[in-house]
Design a protein around this ligand. Sequence first.
Ligand code: SF4
Ligand code: SF4
Length: 165
Amino acid sequence: MENQQTLSAICTECGLCCDGSLFPKAHVIDEEDQATAQRLGLTTFEESGKRYFKLPCPCFDQLCTVYDVKRPHICKAFFCEPLKKANKGDISLEEATKKIKLAIQLRSEVKALASQHETLKNLSVHEINAYFKNEGVTYIKQFPVLFMKSSALLIALASLRKKKE
Ligand code: SF4
Ligand code: SF4
């Protein structure tokens, strides 16, 4: 159970799956789950016959601010790939922690750099990456360090997702 506590502690300081860094949306499983999400003020929507709530989650402020109340199913059920693998014993806890901490560190660096620029300062990491894709070369010339850090963050985030996603 010591492992479980360590894993929970990692999630508490992370939130990459709540703040829009890993995904722009999260699954809502049924009507009741949708009602739970809406009660918390989350924005729900349908896409290709499936229901989701929008990320970044408004309940995330450095950590989940509604951890002790009923939350959507996915909030308890989701584990990123390193955590799943560490749970199964496929990789060590240290290896999982290293991957997650690298992404957390890069998110901080990207956010710190973005905060210096009016156009980027209020954007989520996901939106910053989308901006980067749209602006291309112009963006790279304007924000070279941010470009490098964003690229490194994309790679670090990819290692936290399931391969086929
Ligand atoms: S990305 Fe992984 S470590 Fe971070 S909060 Fe989500 S499940 Fe926890
Ligand atoms: S309710 Fe909490 S755990 Fe669920 S997405 Fe929002 S911040 Fe994350």
